[in-house]
Design a protein around this ligand. Structure first.
Ligand code: AMP
Length: 578
């Protein structure tokens, strides 16, 4: 992998962005990646081995800041050995190419080693968010056909043991902090790692071999498993270079958890492929801690999310007065709309705008961005990556038309074929097929494009909730609420919240014989929290006599939301009840 120069200057009258697009080709970029010695492309080879075998062997690849502030570092050479050990552990257990390895871990070293070791073994890696309760964990492990789960003894006791009978395909649970094997299924990862060789030759890997599985939420049905392939690494490399603007020697911090796609694509792969030092903080958000990390770690590039930015904006801290942030070159945001006000706040506080970019689980990498070398229009998501064609389309039940006129609202669509595009929803070909119209992938978002080619986010085209930057499918939450003895029916919406974007709000119809009241309200909320975990569970609950439904029986969440927010109720021609 070499680092080609950025389009920092204007060539003639072309802007830097236009020159980048003029000169861009995926083939050229691919030629800058190493590739496996025997041919083929493997994410872990590009992220780890290629650097460990070159001049970056002694460069710090990962620097972990643990809860108690202790710091642990892995050079590219260390990481090569550890990930090879993990790959050998999998091989020794008979875990084959294409089989799925899950983690249920906080942001600790084992998660990162397991991710890259799994990719070396050409098995499929799926990280789960550690705050999930047993139900979301079960849904994902069973839908993803988990063969191995890496977790802690505490999570094993609290969340996994109760699920084992329902997960017959799960062959091994590798416990990160068990000194000894527990039984034939629950094994000590430490013991296995200690016995494993640090040499591992990555087997043949085609760019189209499955590599990563990320679950995302749908409005109907259970979470969808979006499958990504090894070729995605090409796009992680490209976006790392042009959007995150990695330069040799950079220190990078992505605050996202690998349980969500940003934390894997940009919290693991992109920085390592580009050979920089990647900071991982085990702790959750804390303004003083975060500013201290930016200062002490001399972070050059900081990739975060609107929820965190909004939290920082509400605090009375002027970061540059208290902290030495002279290294901080770029601040980027993803996951939700970044309002113009936040971009300007960044300018005032850090002397640079916060660069918003747009993508989603299915796209595997950043699709639309405010590039560091381009004029930022505060409130806009920016322009498509070179090699990516984005458009706004008018879509009806029987027509599809790309809208050429600027300023018109429509569905955000992407011409298919970029390297990190998802290749399947696991076990759901029909759903996958429905995401496409001819050559276009339909993102599920509504947007506008202005006369200068900048894209502006309008909203989701469906009922999916974005809370603290995380997608929550109403159906998954409703399902759990219905498991409560008192609940006959449930519907869930996203209610706008100034800090977390949207909060999950539930409406519940009680079974006959149950009376509404604060005690029952708390009981149902507590029940949901225990089963779903805090990240997904509703924070508010109202009792309702009947849910509004369409004539075909579908819950009209949109109407519940309009009523909750005192907005116009829209077309009610299909309304049956409520
Ligand atoms: P996820 O698949 O969880 O990464 O969520 C993807 C969704 O988050 C997108 O389809 C958008 O609805 C939303 N999203 C991500 N980035 C942005 C952004 N920069 N502006 C507005 N919405 C965004």
């Amino acid at each position: 992998m070499q680092n080609s120069s950025l389009p920092g200057t204007q060539a003639g009258k072309r802007t830097a962005y236009e020159s980048l697009c003029d000169n861009f080709s995926f083939e050229n970029e691919r030629s800058l990646l190493d590739g496996l010695p025997q041919g083929g492309l493997n994410i872990a080879h590009e992220a780890v081995d290629t650097h460990a075998n070159s001049g970056l062997a002694q460069t710090v690849a990962l620097r972990f800041i643990a809860k108690g502030n202790t710091v642990k570092e892995y050079t590219y050479s260390d990481l090569q050995k550890e990930t090879s050990r993990f790959a050998n552990v999998l091989r020794g257990l008979g875990i084959a190419k294409g089989e799925t390895v899950f983690t249920l871990l906080g942001r600790q070293t084992e998660l990162y080693i397991a991710a890259l070791g799994t990719l070396k073994n050409v098995s499929v890696f799926c990280p789960l968010f550690s705050v999930f309760g047993p139900e979301p964990v079960f849904q994902r492990l069973s839908r993803g056909g988990a063969k191995v789960l890496v977790t802690t003894t505490a999570f094993f006791e609290k969340k996994i043991k109760q699920l084992l009978e329902r997960l017959p395909a799960l062959r091994f649970v590798l416990l990160t902090n068990a000194e000894k094997h527990v039984d034939a299924k629950a094994l000590s990862l430490r013991q296995l790692m200690a016995e494993a060789s640090e040499q591992f030759a990555i087997p043949d890997t085609s760019p189209d071999d499955p590599a990563l599985l990320h679950f995302t939420s749908g409005t109907t049905g259970m979470p969808k498993g979006a499958l990504h392939v090894h070729n995605a690494v090409l796009f992680h490399y490209i976006t790392g270079k042009y959007v995150l603007n990695f330069r040799p020697g950079d220190i990078f911090w992505c605050t996202a958890d690998p349980g969500w796609v940003t934390g894997t694509s940009y919290g693991i792969i992109a920085p390592l492929v580009n050979g920089v030092t990647n900071i991982v903080d085990e702790e959750e958000f804390d303004a003083a801690r975060w500013y201290a990390i930016l200062e002490e770690q001399r972070v050059d590039i900081w990739y975060t999310a609107p929820t965190a930015i909004r939290r920082l904006m509400r605090m009375d801290i002027k970061p540059r007065e208290r902290y030495d942030l002279q290294n901080l070159r770029l601040i980027l945001s993803v996951g939700e709309p970044l309002h113009a006000e936040a971009v300007r706040w960044g300018e005032k506080m850090f002397d640079r705008p916060i660069l918003d970019n747009w993508w989603q689980t299915e796209t595997g990498g950043i699709m639309i961005a405010n590039f560091p070398f381009m004029q930022v229009k505060p409130g806009s998501m920016g322009k498509p990556l070179p090699g990516v064609e984005a458009a706004v389309a008018e879509i009806t039940a029987d027509s599809f038309r790309v809208i050429d006129e600027p300023g018109q609202q429509g569905h955000l669509v992407l011409r298919k074929g970029w390297p990190s595009m998802f290749r399947a929803y696991l076990h759901d070909e029909e759903r996958y097929r429905k995401c496409f119209h001819d050559d276009w992938y339909i993102t599920g978002d509504l947007a506008k494009k202005d006369a200068d080619g900048y894209f502006w986010f309008v909203g989701r085209a469906d009922d999916i909730i974005k809370t603290s930057g995380h997608m929550v499918g109403p159906f998954e939450v409703e399902n759990v609420l219905m498991m409560h003895d008192a609940v006959a029916e449930a519907a869930v919406i996203g209610k706008p919240d100034p800090v977390i974007g949207e909060l999950v709000k539930a409406f519940v119809v009680l079974k006959a014989g149950f009376a509404t009241g604060e005690a029952l309200q708390m009981d149902i909320l507590g029940f949901a929290r225990k089963k779903l975990g805090a990240a997904v569970a509703p924070k508010e609950l109202s009792f309702i006599n009947e849910l509004p439904k369409t004539k075909s029986g579908k819950i009209l969440r949109r109407l519940l939301k309009a009523r909750e927010l005192h907005l116009p109720e829209g077309d009610l021609s299909t309304l049956e009840l409520g």
